[in-house]
Design a binder for this molecule. Structure first.
Ligand SMILES: C[S@@+](CC[C@H](N)C(=O)[O-])C[C@H]1O[C@@H](n2cnc3c(N)ncnc32)[C@H](O)[C@@H]1O
Length: 221
């Protein structure tokens, strides 16, 4: 069975508070991926920045904290994640991030709107990844840069635990069952598949870097 988007998002909706709680804790001790992403993106006050599949809004919030006027958008399909992202931004004293509902396969922005974008851990949940990669490419300006991070299959125990949680919820409640056991092995992208996906989408340069159990694709348009 291919990944069922609606059910997967329902499942994300259920795990959103738990995920947000743990993400806030782990992000505090993250001195590898977050600094790496920020260093590559180097967001400035003139930039429009997208956090695609924002979840609890950790990247959007961090980018807002280190810029004064950057236009920052966080997009997600899960209403619960969006509510949590808004709450997390309010808790951080920020009111200039726009969080909005949107699908990675059909982003609600004009061509070339963004200077920078981050998409962290969201591509694996999307049924049509080719389409999502093309959308990330489309909304980025020529000369813009993107970092797309995905868990490096099986290397990080937290990622495996998270996937098991998503699958386990679906076993108890079929309405939340977005993928089958067969899909588990295909759920995560690997280094080669992420690289070629992004090259096919049109990115001129894609540089793959490994950081703390995650693959980071640094892409230039
Ligand atoms: C593992 S979480 C990562 C969240 C966040 N980027 C982070 O670093 O913590 C994956 C997120 O992707 C979102 N997502 C999954 N499929 C999506 C889609 N088709 N369009 C938009 N968001 C999607 C989920 O709702 C979830 O918030």
């Amino acid at each position: 069975m291919p990944i069922d988007k609606e059910r997967t998002i329902r499942c994300y909706d259920v795990v959103a508070p738990l995920y947000s709680f743990f993400r806030k804790i782990t992000h505090k001790s993250d001195n590898e991926i977050m600094p790496f992403v920020l260093n590559i993106l180097d967001p400035g006050d003139e930039d429009a920045v997208l956090d695609a599949g924002t979840g609890p809004g950790i990247y959007a919030i961090k980018i807002a904290e280190i810029t004064e006027n950057a236009r920052i958008y966080g997009v997600d399909l899960s209403p619960n994640f969006l509510r949590l992202a808004e709450q997390n931004a309010r808790d951080a004293g920020l009111d200039r991030i726009e969080f909005l509902e949107g699908d990675l396969e059909n982003l609600p922005f004009n061509n070339g709107y963004f200077d920078k974008l981050i998409c962290a851990g969201a591509m694996s949940a999307v049924p049509n990844r080719e389409r999502a990669a093309s959308e990330l490419y489309r909304v980025l300006k020529r000369g813009g840069r993107a970092v797309i991070t995905e868990p490096n299959k099986g290397k990080d125990i937290r990622d495996r635990a998270f996937l098991l949680l998503l699958y386990g919820l679906g076993v108890f409640n079929p309405n939340l069952r977005g993928f089958s056991t067969k899909d588990i092995s295909r759920y995560y992208l690997n280094r080669d598949s992420l690289y070629s996906l992004l090259k096919r989408a049109g990115f001129e340069t894609v540089r793959m870097v490994e950081r703390a159990g995650s693959m980071c694709a640094v892409c230039f348009k």
